[in-house]
Design a binder for this molecule. Structure first.
Ligand code: ZN
Ligand code: ZN
Ligand code: ZN
Length: 333
């Protein structure tokens, strides 16, 4: 059973993964190449190589765990957290721990091994977003859980070990630090101004224009004012909403269109960079309807996070966001 432990100084929770315990020798393999296509467990025909599916979109009435699917959600074979068991929050002297209860799922976005998100049609991307939503709504019913983290690592440099297009979902019994920080900041802004800080950013950047990459009726993509990474891009709904999974249907359609366009811009401007995509949404356990505003953060992996960043928690970004937005706006399709 994995375990969650809280650092007594900073209050930061970490997952101690007892099931995946590694000896010093094992770390060498971490640098090994991406798993070959011939062995890809996400390709059609190899359904038996993954745990049984939790959800699948099939149009041809094919049986579960057989080929014929368009999208498949399966439990992660090497989960960071596990579903069965009780939380057992407990103290050990001054230390706090709890069992690593949660869910760790993989969303296999397409049967086509080589079809990256930016190559997919808008309808296919929308289907991926719809799967995120469906899994979130289902997992929300588990009252031991407080947050669902949906993310995608694309490319080995971004942490992917499989080329086959997929996203991951981790349901956690705690709220991750980055969400906690954003919510605290958003609450402070709301308390002073009675306005959502993200709505304020959208309005100011729309008036200013320098950091806007692209807009449609529902969504806006921008280079944030103080990005940690070169070409970091945020995609936000223009209409205020605190929860990704509660957005109206036409918003997913607009988001799919926007994501495709932005990924294509990044591909052309930066020669198909590896990237991380993270959905930032509200914890289920908290009422933050007016203060928090869901969004997607896209981080191309262009530079290595080095000792300076890890040591100081202070990021050095070589590309001003106004310049990043200008470059991405200028991409012609
Ligand atoms: Zn594959
Ligand atoms: Zn807002
Ligand atoms: Zn965010």
């Amino acid at each position: 059973m994995p375990e969650l432990r809280k650092d007594p100084v900073t209050g930061r929770w970490v997952i101690i993964s007892t099931d995946r315990q590694k000896r010093p020798n094992d770390f060498r393999f971490e640098r090994a190449a991406i798993i070959a296509r011939e062995l890809c467990p996400f390709c059609p025909g190899r359904e038996a190589m993954t745990p049984p599916e939790i959800l699948a979109y099939r149009q041809n009435g094919s049986a579960p765990n057989t080929p014929g699917w368009e999208l498949r959600v399966v439990p992660n074979k090497f989960p960071a957290l596990q579903v069965e068991g009780t939380l057992d929050r407990e103290g050990d002297g001054m230390f706090d721990r709890m069992n690593g209860i949660g869910a760790h799922e993989v969303i296999i976005e397409t049967p086509d091994h080589d079809r990256t998100l930016s190559m997919m049609s808008e309808a296919e991307i929308e289907r991926v977003l719809w799967a995120y939503r469906e899994r979130m709504l289902d997992l929300k019913q588990d009252h031991r859980l407080r947050y669902i983290l949906v993310f995608k690592n694309h490319g080995a440099a971004a942490g992917a070990t499989l080329d086959h297009p997929h996203s991951q979902l981790i349901a956690l019994p705690i709220v991750p630090d980055f969400v906690r920080e954003e919510i605290e900041g958003a609450r402070l802004h709301y308390r002073v101004k009675e306005r959502c800080v993200f709505c304020d950013i959208i309005h100011q950047d729309m008036r200013d224009g320098r950091r806007v990459i692209q807009e449609n009726a529902e969504m806006i993509a921008l280079s944030p004012y103080a990005p940690r990474f070169a070409f970091e891009t945020w995609v936000l709904p223009k209409q205020h909403g605190a929860r990704f999974e509660e957005a109206p249907r036409h918003v997913y359609e607009a988001l799919a269109r926007m994501l495709k366009a932005i990924l294509q811009r990044l591909d052309r401007a930066l020669e198909r960079p590896p990237f991380n995509l993270i959905v930032h949404t509200s914890p289920f356990s908290e009422e933050v309807a007016d203060e928090y505003h869901w969004h997607i953060e896209l981080m191309p992996k262009l530079t290595r996070v080095a000792g300076f960043e890890w040591g100081t928690g202070f990021y050095i970004n070589p590309t001003p966001p106004e310049e990043a937005a200008r470059v991405l706006r200028a991409v012609r399709f």
